[in-house]
Design a protein around this ligand. Structure first.
Ligand code: SF4
Length: 341
């Protein structure tokens, strides 16, 4: 069994040297505002003075020249930003990206370090570095690498809800990997105070949903959303006469959408409910690794630049962690013997 998680580590690139279109527009507006203010001051000083330029006028002229230079720099950055496929530009380390973290509202400009950790000995069996800030596209890659390293035909992969993505979960199941993670609560109906999808029970034998008042919602039509085939279930007749409709929907009838392969997600949910300590095991396993790497080894930011170099740096740090962990688990002599063969 492995636990998969990602941690964002800072790059050699400050927030000030990372640009998005929004940030650039704010900075340009700020500079233009300052230019307008200095111009007004200069006009005022000019009309008050009749003799040669005073130090005040010279100061204002210098500031204006500097601000116009800054505006030119921002315009050049804007042109580079236009060419950037993901709408971000990092000036010191071009591969670094601004990404959200749970702790800092500004997030970090850095990289996302992914690790798959063996839950028994807390050894990192697979690692990767990416500049995509989210985790949802990394489950399959990390789980498959870990599975190949372990050499297991079947392997449980624990992850948090950030990794929840239907196609990734389905591909894991097809590869002999048993993914386990909680379902994120993304029900828009629930967010608006209506009964969420979890209160509707799918009945596979009838290919229908049973609603909270016991009515059956049948499959009515199919649609494609974000490349996925979605079946839509509803029962107009039952909803039109239902006294509970204000709790259920703001529309004429409640509609439930179901991905054609959603059975694989239902199956994972059943497994997840049968293993109540899954998330505690995941947390203990991965927090130990990232906690040790950041706290004990002091690796909170990268010293190299560029995705390739940063990935090598991360691999070296994780190798050092693994050696330290192997010594703690097996002792110095056994670890040395294993290394030297
Ligand atoms: S509104 Fe429709 S789906 Fe909702 S509880 Fe009533 S019958 Fe069931």
């Amino acid at each position: 069994m492995v636990a998969i998680d990602g941690s964002r580590l800072r790059a050699v690139n400050t927030h000030e040297k990372n640009y998005t279109k929004g940030k650039l527009a704010r900075r340009r507006a700020h500079v233009e505002e300052s230019i307008a203010r200095y111009l007004a001051e200069l006009e005022q000083a000019d009309s008050a003075e009749t003799g040669p330029a005073t130090p005040r006028i010279e100061h204002l002229t210098e500031r204006l020249a500097s601000l116009r230079g800054r505006l030119g720099e921002l315009e050049a950055i804007g042109r580079q930003l236009e060419a950037s496929p993901d709408g971000q530009l990092s000036l010191t380390d071009p591969d670094a990206r601004a990404m959200a973290t749970g702790r800092d509202h500004r997030g970090v400009v850095g990289y996302n370090v992914q690790a798959a950790v063996d839950t028994e000995h807390h050894i990192v069996v697979a690692n990767a570095v990416t500049n995509r800030g989210h985790d949802r596209s990394h489950l399959l890659e990390m789980a498959k690498t870990a599975q190949a390293e372990i050499g297991a035909a079947q392997m449980i992969a624990l992850a948090d809800r950030g990794y929840y993505e239907g196609e990734q979960i389905r591909s894991c199941a097809q590869a002999g990997i048993v993914p386990m993670m909680p379902k994120p609560n993304t029900s828009p109906a629930q967010a608006h105070g209506f009964w969420g999808k979890t209160t509707f029970v799918y009945q596979p034998e009838a290919d229908a949903y049973r609603c909270p008042v016991g009515e059956q919602l049948q499959k009515r039509h199919t649609t494609v959303e974000a490349g996925k085939l979605i079946n839509v279930y509803y029962n107009q007749k039952a909803c039109s006469a239902c006294p509970s409709r204000p709790l259920c929907t703001s529309g004429k009838e409640k509609r439930i959408r179901r991905w054609e392969h959603e059975a694989v997600l239902d199956e994972m949910e059943r497994r997840f409910e049968a293993m109540p300590d899954a998330m505690a095991v995941r947390r203990c396993t991965v927090e130990h690794v990232f906690g040790t790497i950041k706290g004990w080894m002091g690796a909170t930011h990268f010293r190299t630049r560029g995705l390739k170099n940063v990935a090598t740096e991360a691999s070296l740090v994780i190798l050092a962690y693994n050696i330290k962990r192997a010594v703690a688990v097996a002792g110095v002599a056994s670890t040395l013997k294993a290394i030297t063969g």
